[in-house]
Write a protein that binds this ligand. Structure first.
Ligand SMILES: Cc1cc2nc3c(=O)[nH]c(=O)nc-3n(C[C@H](O)[C@H](O)[C@H](O)COP(=O)(O)O)c2cc1C
Length: 188
């Protein structure tokens, strides 16, 4: 019985949050979907969001792209494993970390794969390089099984500006319908 009450109040708290999120978004404003994707899953979700919001898209590209060997997290000496072990190696320069007409965007979706429970660090470079003042920022991620965890909050800290919402994690193979359903809850 107690459990039932708990889950009921949990559901209503969630609804309240979604409403608050929807209210924080300027729905007649311009949307940018910026993302990093190592193997295409986050890219798919990003394109579904862009379609559903009529947003513009920017794909973040590391100046030195990650090869398949670089991404091998089972190998202790791979690039990602070394970067994971030593935070000072995670400053990944991007081909482009600035956006044309940045000031024109009201809402910025920021997408990434989850790496070891946090945002894949190529997005850190973008987040640190831009001023989010006056913008609503909505993180999204794909992962094998991990949730969004602290990833959004850590990025928010790095940015230091912007109105960051809770965001959403999708499974790697999320469908367009799943993504559309979420975008609808944000009032688009
Ligand atoms: C270096 C690395 C670390 C990962 N760490 C996690 C993790 O901690 N939890 C998880 O569920 N998936 C993890 N994954 C799986 C990816 O998050 C998942 O495959 C994601 O959808 C990949 O997105 P992408 O195709 O856009 O790169 C990891 C993948 C890589 C390459």
């Amino acid at each position: 019985c107690g459990n039932k009450a708990d889950s009921a109040s949990g559901a209503s708290a969630k609804e309240t949050k979604t409403e608050a999120s929807a209210q924080a978004i300027k729905h007649d404003g311009k949307v940018l979907v910026v993302y990093y994707s190592a193997s295409g899953h986050t890219k798919n979700v990003a394109s579904y969001i862009a379609t559903a919001t009529k947003g513009d898209v920017l794909e973040l590209q590391p100046a030195q792209p990650y090869s398949e060997a670089d991404l091998d997290y089972n190998n202790d000496t791979s690039r990602v494993s070394k970067e994971h072990k030593d935070e000072s190696l995670r400053n990944v320069p991007l081909v482009k970390d600035k956006v044309d007409n940045w000031s024109s965007y009201d809402t910025v979706f920021i997408g990434y794969p989850i790496w070891w429970g946090i945002a894949a660090w190529p997005v850190d470079t973008f987040v640190k390089a831009n001023d989010f003042t006056g913008k609503t920022v909505i993180p999204f991620a794909t992962s094998y099984s991990s949730g969004l965890g602290e990833s959004g909050k850590l990025l928010q800290k790095m940015a230091g500006t912007g109105n960051w919402l809770e965001g959403k994690r999708f499974p790697s193979g999320a469908s367009q319908q799943d993504v559309q359903d979420w975008i609808k809850t944000l009032g688009f």
